[in-house]
Design a protein around this ligand. Structure first.
Ligand SMILES: [Zn+2]
Length: 352
């Protein structure tokens, strides 16, 4: 994706830092991962479908493009932010640390091309997570930050200097007006997090909803680590009820369409259908016969068999359709299996 070795190496190192804790944990488990990784022995995965990839990033490691009119998006191929240029300054939507100082570079590039102010005056927060807000403090104290009330509460509790708390908060909805532009913010209940907000640009035919649908890709590990699984499954329908053509999902290298959300919904529904079949079809008897008093061994192996039963046909169906179907479908299937058991009570049996 990168046009020079410099930024891709920097990005690689930044990502390595983010996952630095993983080898230590893996070492505890023993086995192959206790050895230093070698590229020769790491597993292969299916090729990424070209439809999952976006435009190439520049030598500095970012791509900036127009969404519609004076609304723009910027990506490093993994994370996304958006910004609106106005006669009174720039409104930035999220500030992922992986894009970092490239946010202002991207803004400068667009502002100078169009002869509009390049000063960021407002930052809208989609939700409190550091991977989407960690570059907020780069824009200083003079910026007005806007977020949902729970975003403020969580950020105050987390007390991370890279993510200043919002100056303006809202409970369920807020209309932000800057330089003659209008943005509609809404909180429609917990989904990915308890504060994740819908950012609608009614005059730009665009919806930004972060960490739900990652256009072209399956969800990140364990169903995007969504806090409320059932509400996250329902969120795309809420998103679809808004009028929009362009979708900013906060992740990966391209914008989304309504079809991306529809494909995502079908993918999740296929996992749910597979899990419901697995709950009926996979016989627990051999697992409990084999492991005796070791209940966790029996449960772990039994559920692994259920996940495999449910996920295998989904991986097959979506390989070549959604990137990394073979990487993360199993962990997402496990999370959905647990939610169907624990939140919906399917397969709960009352002792006679
Ligand atoms: Zn998040």
């Amino acid at each position: 994706m990168s046009s020079s070795p410099g930024p891709s190496r920097r990005k690689f190192l930044a990502r390595s830092a983010a996952v630095a804790a993983v080898p230590a944990v893996a070492a505890l488990a023993g086995g192959a991962l206790a050895e230093p990784a070698s590229a020769d022995t790491l597993p292969d995965f299916a090729p990424i479908p070209p439809s999952a990839l976006g435009p190439a990033v520049n030598a500095q490691g970012y791509y900036v493009g127009r969404v519609e009119k004076n609304l723009y998006w910027v990506t490093d191929a993994t994370y996304q932010a958006a910004f609106l240029t106005t006669r009174d300054g720039v409104v930035l939507f999220d500030a992922p640390p992986s894009i970092g100082r490239n946010l202002q570079r991207a803004i400068n590039e667009i502002a100078s091309a169009n002869g509009v102010p390049n000063k960021v005056t407002h930052i809208v927060y989609s939700h409190h997570h550091a991977d989407h807000l960690g570059a907020s403090a780069l824009f200083g104290r003079g910026v007005t930050r806007i977020g949902q009330a729970e975003t403020k509460r969580l950020l105050a509790q987390e007390n991370d200097p890279t993510r200043p708390v919002p100056d303006i908060t809202f409970d369920t909805s807020y209309t932000l007006r800057v330089g003659g532009e209008r943005i509609e913010l809404a909180w429609r209940g917990t989904n990915h997090t308890s504060d994740n907000s819908y950012i609608h640009f009614p005059d730009h035919d665009t919806l930004m909803l972060v960490d739900i649908c990652l256009p072209g890709w399956v969800p990140y590990d364990s169903f995007n680590l969504n806090e409320d699984v059932q509400a996250s499954i329902a969120a795309p329908a809420t998103a679809m009820a808004y009028p929009w053509t362009h979708f900013v999902g906060g992740h990966m290298g391209r914008l989304g369409t309504r079809n991306d959300l529809a494909v995502y919904q079908r993918y999740v529904n296929d996992i749910i259908a597979g899990v419901k079949q697995a709950l009926v079809a996979v016989d627990p008897t051999p697992f409990f016969a084999k492991y005796g008093d070791n209940s966790w061994a029996a449960v772990q192996q039994y559920q692994a068999a259920q996940v495999s039963y449910a996920a295998s046909p989904v991986i097959k169906k979506y390989t070549g359709v959604l990137a990394a179907a073979d990487v993360y479908t199993a962990s997402t299937t496990f999370v959905i299996l647990e939610s169907i058991r624990l939140d919906l009570g399917v397969d709960s049996q009352i002792h006679a």
